[in-house]
Design a binder for this molecule. Structure first.
Ligand SMILES: [Zn+2]
Length: 318
């Protein structure tokens, strides 16, 4: 810490004083996600005089989330949330209950900003859908903005503006955004393992299934979590497949094909795929019939796919 640099207590007093005096606070943040691993950072300062940093505070951290579903929206929202949590600590410690300060967040993610600027707290839980993506962070964000005095305002700053324009020619907000982008990237690079999803404070719905935070299609997810393992075991036992063979099947493609079919046809296709058609062979297996021969009189055994080869079924009937 060099001369003139404030320690953390002084920084806390500085921001407490600004909130108490109704002076504005600038907040910046950014998030990055790569290979299912997310990081974010935040930075608070009283003004935009970038020639000195001694009265600013910033931090970086990983963001929790499942590596299959974590998105930049989650990381960017977490950046604003972390800055809010610092301000909340200041308000609690210095007992600041009201403030006329504008706390202005400069982020480059429009959806994160929309959520930050969303409806007032009282109506939030009546309008927001609890199965919205990353609802858990959003709920925490709204709870934080409602409990921290001051007016919270999110403003968009376009990211990566230094791709075309020299850094020194950019607005101070754009320069800060580039700094935040770099810091989040550094933080990401120093943490090789994703941080498992966790339930956030004040979540109305927190459903975590095998490390996934479930925020969409909760009923469907619960149903498959409940029935999936036994259904998989049944199919593997029936087909004599080990885990490796089971995993080589493109189940998402199978699911989306089935979902595209009208319900009666879907039932027939599922019966055919799993050999559940009501053939004579099947009836005999369940001891409902003593004969397995084809009822069309071809004298062949009516196996699962026999109807495709039966000489007594005209091709036009298939
Ligand atoms: Zn036949």
């Amino acid at each position: 810490m060099g001369p003139g640099v404030l320690n953390h207590d002084d920084i806390a007093i500085l921001f407490a004083d600004r909130l108490d005096s109704g002076l504005p606070i600038k907040a910046f943040g950014d998030g990055t996600v790569k290979d299912g691993n997310g990081a974010h950072d935040w930075h608070l300062r009283p003004d935009l005089d970038l020639t000195h940093d001694y009265h600013s505070i910033e931090s970086t951290a990983q963001i929790d989330g499942h590596q299959d579903t974590i998105s930049s929206l989650r990381a960017e929202s977490a950046a604003a949330l972390a800055a809010l949590y610092f301000l909340r600590s200041v308000c609690i410690f210095y007992n600041i209950r009201t403030s006329s300060s504008n706390i202005i967040y400069h982020l480059d993610n429009k959806e994160a900003l929309r959520r930050l600027n969303a409806s007032v707290y009282e109506s939030f839980f009546h309008t927001a859908n609890p199965i919205t993506t990353d609802y858990d962070i959003w709920a925490a964000l709204r709870e934080a903005t409602s409990s921290i005095p001051g007016t919270h305002i999110g403003i968009h700053v376009k990211g990566h503006q230094d791709n075309d324009i020299p850094l020194e020619s950019l607005s101070l907000e754009a320069q800060m955004n580039i700094r935040m982008d770099a810091l989040a990237g550094e933080c990401h690079n120093t943490h090789s393992l994703p941080l498992a999803a966790k339930a956030h404070y004040c979540n109305q719905v927190s459903l975590i299934l095998r490390g996934h935070i479930v925020t969409t299609k909760i009923h469907q997810q619960l149903r498959s979590a409940f029935t999936g393992p036994s259904l998989q075991a049944y199919i593997q036992r029936k087909e004599n497949w080990d885990d490796h063979i089971f995993s080589t099947i493109d189940w998402p493609a199978h699911r989306s094909y089935l979902a595209s079919l009208p319900f009666p046809k879907r039932v027939n296709v599922i019966k055919m795929v799993h050999n559940w058609q009501y053939t004579k062979s099947c009836a005999m297996f369940f001891q409902e019939s003593e004969l397995c021969v084809c009822p069309m009189g071809c004298r062949m055994e009516e196996t699962a796919l026999h109807h495709l080869a039966c000489p007594n079924i005209p091709g036009s009937d298939l």
